[in-house]
Write a protein that binds this ligand. Sequence first.
Ligand SMILES: C[S@@+](CC[C@H](N)C(=O)[O-])C[C@H]1O[C@@H](n2cnc3c(N)ncnc32)[C@H](O)[C@@H]1O
Length: 218
Amino acid sequence: MTAESAAAPEPEVLAAFEAAKGFMPLREGLALYAAASDAAALGLPLLEVGTYCGRSTILLAAAARAAGVTALTVDHHRGSEEQQPGWEYHDPSVVDPEVGLMDTLPAFRRTLFAAGLEEHVVALVGRSPQVAAVWGGQLGFVFIDGGHTDEHAGGDYEGWAPKVAEGGLLVIHDVFPDPADGGQAPYRVHQRALESGAFTEIAVTDSLRVLRRTGTGV
Ligand SMILES: C[S@@+](CC[C@H](N)C(=O)[O-])C[C@H]1O[C@@H](n2cnc3c(N)ncnc32)[C@H](O)[C@@H]1O
């Protein structure tokens, strides 16, 4: 996959992505779509950890639609640590007033409906390690963008990286080698993946890292 040959989303997919609430910048989104399209050619499902309101899911869904596969997206929809009230990324509009907790599931469903991509996505509502424990199949693509603590990012890696098929892709968001740029848990997961010998890095776009499974070991 080179920049010249990379697949690009259709204009209406891009418009839906840009209109959606979420945390994925455009440059990284384009790289995510290109990676998902590359991996979808394997004919296996694409999986994301960290749905939030569906911004990045739109891109996986569009890549899945083009290849005739399914996108899976995992989230408990109660938000990460940094999205809770009083923290930097909190959005009061996604709090369920009845239970007093975050619930991003309704916003996610609206996002997918507006993008016309509902039928290409299976939403898995639950904790990532718990869902990974009951998912027995192989995956063509795993995108890790869930909790950003060592416990959660490490759990995502341990639960899902072993399920990436030979030739499939492991994509990690918010990889910051310099602690001055951001939290280190995704970077530590990235290092673990490379040190395992099972993955080879094939693309870097800002904080988004794309690794291909080229061996065994996880
Ligand atoms: C950074 S947001 C995802 C952003 C999204 N990919 C986007 O592009 O806008 C992280 C999400 O991971 C979810 N999350 C955090 N830890 C989780 C866990 N252990 N299991 C499932 N979901 C988790 C949170 O609820 C939150 O919605």
